[in-house]
Write a protein that binds this ligand. Sequence first.
Ligand code: NIG
Ligand code: FE
Length: 398
Amino acid sequence: MIIKNIGRLVGIVPEGVLRKEGPAQGETGTLENAWLRVEDGHIAAFGPMATCPSVDGEKAVDAGGGMLMPGFCDSHTHVVYAGSRDGEFLDKINGLSYEEIAARGGGILNSSDLLHRTSEEDLYRQSMVRVQEMMEKGTVALEIKSGYGLNPADELKMLRVIRRIGRSVPATVRSTFLGAHAVGRGYTHEAYVQTVIDLLPEAARWADFVDVFCDEGFFTVEDTARILEAAEGLLVPKIHANELAVSGGVQVGVRYGALSVDHLERTTDAEIEALKGSATMPTMLPGSSFFLGLPYGRAKDYIKAGLGVALASDYNPGSSPSGDMRFVMAQGCIKMRLTPVEAFNAVTLNSAYAMGLSQELGSITVGKKAALILTRPGWDLTKIAYQYQTPFIQQVIL
Ligand code: NIG
Ligand code: FE
């Protein structure tokens, strides 16, 4: 397939660049009036229209002057869940905090009860509706976590559903074992941490990553270290850190070679220092800040310190019931004061890095998967973030 008359090709990155850090986060390669060829689902070549090859029998797509960009990569989601938590929405409106709702039996345990009562088939069907919607909105790769099972059988049920989703959609799916999301019903804290540890070898057959909700009222730095210690050689960590408090989650994540540390609504300079020189991608989830009324992450300070930043949706029923990565990008600009290019890199290459996929996704690079968004004519990165609700997608190419 060849795509012709591309008004602007955006997100061109040389082979081997796996993330954008510091000043580089504000830069991306661009080509005006371009063509791009796809072979076997991968980007085979691209160039200026003046050099557009004509090959007989090739399917041609006329972009009509639209912009072509890599699709969104969403490195942090909880889209496999049962039912909804709209029952808690009124409590939230009436002023109860995330912690207060959880303390009343709402929150993660509420989702866990619902999931327990939902068949695997039904869980798959409900989750697929969300993944389908995300793909229509331009998401071409996503990470999905377990963490609403909270006992071995239900955690594995979630991991099987995640694998099945990955096999049934054209988007690339990565899977994370988040047994340590909350203490499951009927367990003491200590017994539950041990249950998570005991489950690691089996979980590693299904998942790519291990995650711990290292935060006030959930799991401590010591719990996290024990779980990550046991996971060494089995699963690479991605950590929930610093959402509700300055938790120490960043430091313990970096210590165990986490691929990403996520949330970071509450960070001090110590977290930024800890991340310098590491392979860990700080990942912020503005959808949770928006929905829960939390501070937005200090993305700009991370970039000033020479680090890269990824943004993801955190799509889940309790703190971010949306998987709209365009809205995430817009919030990156509007609320976190990222430039449109910084926000774009945060939702493409850097978020691909944060799920170990930036060798194959996240930029316009020969050899990478053709997982692309073709915009309507007249759109550019600034307008996508600025005019943040007007439909801009002409076609998602997957
Ligand atoms: O990333 N913070 C922990 N986990 C999710 C929320 C899960 C839920 O409330 O269902 C999050 O925000
Ligand atoms: Fe999360």
